[in-house]
Design a protein around this ligand. Structure first.
Ligand SMILES: Nc1ncnc2c1ncn2[C@@H]1O[C@H](COP(=O)(O)OP(=O)(O)OP(=O)(O)O)[C@@H](O)[C@H]1O
Ligand SMILES: [Mg+2]
Length: 484
């Protein structure tokens, strides 16, 4: 039996609850109510039917939990809809007297907050999902076995795997080539790369769906739950575009250097040519004077004519050199490509390297003039022709052909040699800066990279291949200026 003090405490405790609590008789009349119920439902609820107070009904409710407890003698927890905007969970506990349920206690759990919580969780989840999916960077998370359980849209775009496909079948080991995943895990667990459990800005390659290797910059971390390692998450950025820009920038810098070098060489050549011009003029003038003013025997005349001829040749060379080295920068004008080729050959064929090279030209007649920077095109021809002569080691046949493309939109120049050709392993690299197969000191490997830059600058195309017999052939296409 409880003492009066205990009973007093119990009543006070019941009144202290911030939950509604009513005691009900089998005819659904409220026979007692705690403080919270009276505050919420009114001070005079005792003696009134429950359905009337709570649901403004004259009859008991259809799904009445109290009816269940009275009938079954068991407690029940039930969800009730009071009004469309108000829902609640209530518990009914039977109160026995001599084995019969003569009353029950009904507790309002005031649980609608659970619904709200669920909705809130749902909203937060959606927000997180949206955030992960709309991230510009790829995000991938995997469990301890490497099974991927998070794979966002950017990861899909970069890798070529679909999101669902990745979540269904993919392991983190599959997206790294060789032992890449193992290497990343090793680095993650070490202290050196951003602290234990973290990896910062690590440059590595991943394998796309089509097996292509994609360079990425990776930030990764180990996921812990209660101090236990449960997986890993990685944020990564596709580096392809950035690397491409970097390469372009590097080659532009190299081209600039090369152009500068060529420009100063040009200046030097032009200076020398100017200086030669005057004495040459003198030689020719005085030779002519001697020929005209003196009575000479035939042998002397022959010698003087020889001097005259050689001096004229020198003058031609100087003239070509001046045109070749003309100090115009990035200035495109209409030019005849055949003339440019003849001029380059004129300058080159006297060089010792060309003495045992037969030069064959098939220059198409009536080619349209093309809009080119003649200085650059001279450099281009010079480089390609020199390469050919060097490949033939000064012995063989150099063929140069010009013509119009089938659609008449390009002038096509083909330069072929009878050298050893370009090896399969070198072919993909010959236009790269610093690629050379020549021994140290003989070649810088910049010639063709500059040529490539010049062709691009003219919105043209250059390709290299090997001829079926032997020797290499370079095909250069330069656009014919559209009538404007
Ligand atoms: N006609 C050719 N036949 C065979 N190989 C060639 C030919 N033209 C170029 N190559 C190859 O391409 C490489 C690159 O040529 P590139 O002109 O860029 O540099 P290089 O000639 O080696 O050096 P540089 O021109 O700077 O003196 C050469 O080293 C050579 O291996
Ligand atoms: Mg070269």
């Amino acid at each position: 039996m409880r003492t009066e003090t205990e009973k007093d405490y119990l009543i006070r405790a019941i009144d202290a609850l911030e939950r509604e609590m009513i005691v009900m008789s089998p005819d659904f009349q409220i026979v007692a109510a705690n403080r919270r119920s009276m505050e919420k439902r009114g001070p005079d609820i005792v003696g009134k039917p429950c359905h009337n107070i709570y649901f403004r009904r004259n009859e008991p409710c259809e799904e009445c939990p109290a009816a269940f407890t009275f009938n079954q003698g068991k407690p029940v927890l039930r969800h009730l809809s009071r009004r469309p905007d108000e829902t609640s969970w209530v518990s009914c506990y039977p109160i026995f007297s001599n084995g019969n349920v003569d009353a029950l206690v009904m507790l309002d759990f005031d649980l609608p907050r659970l619904d709200q919580l669920e909705e809130q969780i749902h909203r937060h989840n959606n927000f997180l999902k949206n955030m992960i999916n709309s991230a510009v960077d790829g995000i991938i998370a995997a469990d301890r076995k490497g099974k991927i359980f998070l794979f966002n849209q950017s990861a899909a775009d970069v890798s070529g795997y679909g999101v669902e496909e990745a979540l269904d079948n993919l392991y983190i080991q599959d997206i790294y080539p060789e032992r890449g995943a193992w290497d990343v895990m090793k680095k993650l667990r070490s202290e050196e790369y951003g602290g234990k459990g973290r990896l910062k800005e690590y440059h590595v390659e991943v394998l796309g769906k089509g097996e292509e290797r994609i360079p990425i910059s990776l930030y990764a971390s180990v996921l812990y739950e209660n101090g236990e390692e449960v997986g890993t998450v990685g944020f990564f950025h596709d580096m392809r575009e950035r690397l491409r820009l970097k390469r372009e920038l590097e080659s532009a810098q190299i081209q600039l250097l090369q152009t500068e070098k060529m420009a100063s060489l040009g200046k030097l050549a032009a200076g020398v040519a100017h200086q030669l011009n005057n004495p040459l003029g003198g030689i020719m003038l005085y030779t002519r004077l001697i020929l005209e003013e003196y009575e000479l025997n035939d042998a002397a005349k022959d010698d003087l004519n020889r001097i005259m001829k050689d001096a004229e040749r020198c003058k031609d060379t100087v003239k070509e050199l001046l045109v070749f080295a003309r100090q115009t920068r990035q200035e495109k004008q209409l030019h005849d490509i055949n003339k440019a080729i003849s001029r380059t050959l004129f300058l080159l064929e006297k060089q010792t390297l060309f003495h045992n090279i037969a030069i064959q030209t098939h220059l198409a007649l009536a080619l349209p003039l093309i809009l080119i920077d003649i200085q650059q095109i001279n450099h281009l021809l010079m480089n390609v022709i020199l390469n050919a002569a060097q490949a033939m080691e000064g012995q063989g046949q150099l063929s140069i052909e010009t013509g119009l493309s089938a659609d008449s939109r390009h002038v096509v120049i083909k330069i072929a040699d009878t050298g050893p050709g370009i090896s399969d392993s070198a072919l993909p690299h010959i236009f790269e800066p610093f690629f050379t197969t020549k021994e140290e000191g003989k070649g810088t490997g910049l010639g063709l990279s500059m040529v490539y830059g010049i062709v691009e600058n003219h919105e043209g195309r250059i390709t290299a291949s090997n001829q079926p017999g032997r020797g290499a052939i370079f095909t250069i296409e330069l656009p014919v200026r559209q009538s404007d």
